[in-house]
Design a protein around this ligand. Structure first.
Ligand SMILES: C=CC1=C(C)c2cc3[nH]c(cc4nc(cc5[nH]c(cc1n2)c(C)c5CCC(=O)O)C(CCC(=O)O)=C4C)c(C)c3C=C
Ligand SMILES: [Fe+2]
Ligand SMILES: [Fe+2]
Length: 368
């Protein structure tokens, strides 16, 4: 157990609260070495690839990283913006907007963001929040649907990090919000606005990131949560069962993943004579490689080459005000019992308590 980096002797004071938005992460640049570093960290996570370590080490380092890094880097280059990777840009903006929104609603909370893989690294941000005196932290993963491969992996890092800390902050975890009214409403509004401007498709494809089918058989609720999101969204949009289809994208490796797969479905729809399809990716709250390259670019070609006439990609929620409202509502519901609207009198009393506890600690000869 190492000494806490910044001991905060604040017993009796009202704890400072932080909200930490955590997303997957993305390479630092669209180059083969940067993508390799990112993939190495990501794909070595046993939550992501559940193959015995010795075998996987050889496949990952001997085949996947040498072959995939350069190819993936080219794809990243095709979606890179002047501010960096779209996933990074949107996550930063969402955290900033959430901070402003919660502030306007009178909450005195820190809002930060971190990435599960790459930068800003989750352990560094947790250290910083603790050093800033946050003794209550709400972990808010940017994944509406829970999966062991994503959400649980974020929680692993948080638990592992604090297992080495003496004075552990109070923690709350948002497990999922796949059926949260405000999230579904934000999706509905975004799609409805798109259709008001561009007309409606013959079929709406709701494409979610895939996971190995084996994880569903072993009890991962992800598949069912995706379907629940889709059902609720379809009901809000008044779609009949024939108006939409749920698919899973981004298959990795040779094993079977959740079906139906997005790319073959787009080809089938094109061949069947569907004139126009729109694709929305409700499981991604920020546009990223998987939506901008795999769907909006590759998916479009797949549909058009199969005979389809019009392909529309409906962007992710990104900085949509209805989505920021949803994030704030989800946050507020998880903050119940953690006072964040402090009157000046409460703040003054809290500061006085903190000063006394610091004096006490000094008297005991505690480290500063
Ligand atoms: C190898 C297995 C993978 C599993 C399982 C997996 C699950 C999963 N991923 C997301 C969200 C995102 N994944 C992204 C990229 C990405 N995903 C995998 C592999 C698995 N994902 C790889 C190898 C990559 C990197 C890109 C590539 O080389 O193809 C992204 C985009 C990141 C970006 O930088 O833009 C997101 C977001 C979810 C939600 C999920 C399970 C539910
Ligand atoms: Fe992924
Ligand atoms: Fe299911």
């Amino acid at each position: 157990m190492r000494p806490d980096k910044e001991p905060s002797y604040t017993h009796g004071a009202i704890p400072k609260t932080a909200v930490l938005l955590v997303n997957l992460g993305t390479p630092q640049s669209p180059t083969a070495p940067a993508v390799r570093r990112y993939l190495k960290e990501f794909l070595w996570d046993p939550r992501v690839v559940e193959i015995p370590r010795a075998v996987w080490w050889c496949i990952l380092n001997g085949i996947i990283l040498p072959l995939r890094s350069a190819k993936s880097a080219e794809k990243y280059a095709s979606i890179w913006t002047t501010d960096g990777s779209p996933l990074k840009v949107h996550t930063e903006r969402q955290a900033k907007l959430l901070r402003g929104y919660l502030g306007e609603r009178g909450h005195q909370v820190e809002v930060a963001h971190a990435m599960r893989y790459g930068q800003p690294a989750l352990p560094d941000v947790l250290d910083k929040l603790k050093a800033d005196g946050c003794d209550r932290i709400l972990i808010l993963p940017a994944y509406p649907q829970y999966s062991g491969t994503t959400t649980a992996s974020v929680f692993d890092v948080v638990f592992r990090h604090f297992s080495r800390v003496r004075n552990v902050p109070e923690l709350r975890l948002v497990k999922h919000y796949h059926d949260h009214e405000a999230y579904i409403l934000a999706l509905k509004k975004s799609i409805q606005n798109y259709w008001d401007l561009n007309g409606r498709p013959d079929k709406l494809v709701m494409s979610f990131h895939g996971v190995p089918k084996r994880t569903l058989m072993l009890g991962d609720p992800y598949h069912c949560e995706c379907h629940k999101t889709a059902r609720l969204l379809a009901r809000q949009l008044q779609l009949s069962a024939d108006d939409y289809v749920v698919t899973f994208q981004s298959r990795f490796g040779k094993a079977e993943w959740l079906q139906p797969y997005t790319a073959p479905m787009l080809q089938t729809l094109g061949k069947e004579g569907k004139r126009r399809v729109d694709v929305v990716c409700p499981g991604f709250v920020s546009d990223c490689l998987e939506t901008l390259e795999e769907i909006a670019m590759e998916g479009k070609q797949e549909f058009l080459h199969a005979g389809g006439k019009e392909f529309h990609y409906i962007p992710c929620l990104n900085e949509d005000p209805a989505w920021i409202t949803a994030l704030a509502e989800i946050t507020e519901q998880h903050l119940i019992g953690w006072p964040t609207m402090l009157t000046p009198a409460m703040q003054a009393e809290s500061q006085a308590e903190a000063a006394v506890s610091r004096q006490q600690a000094l008297l005991h000869g505690a480290e500063q």
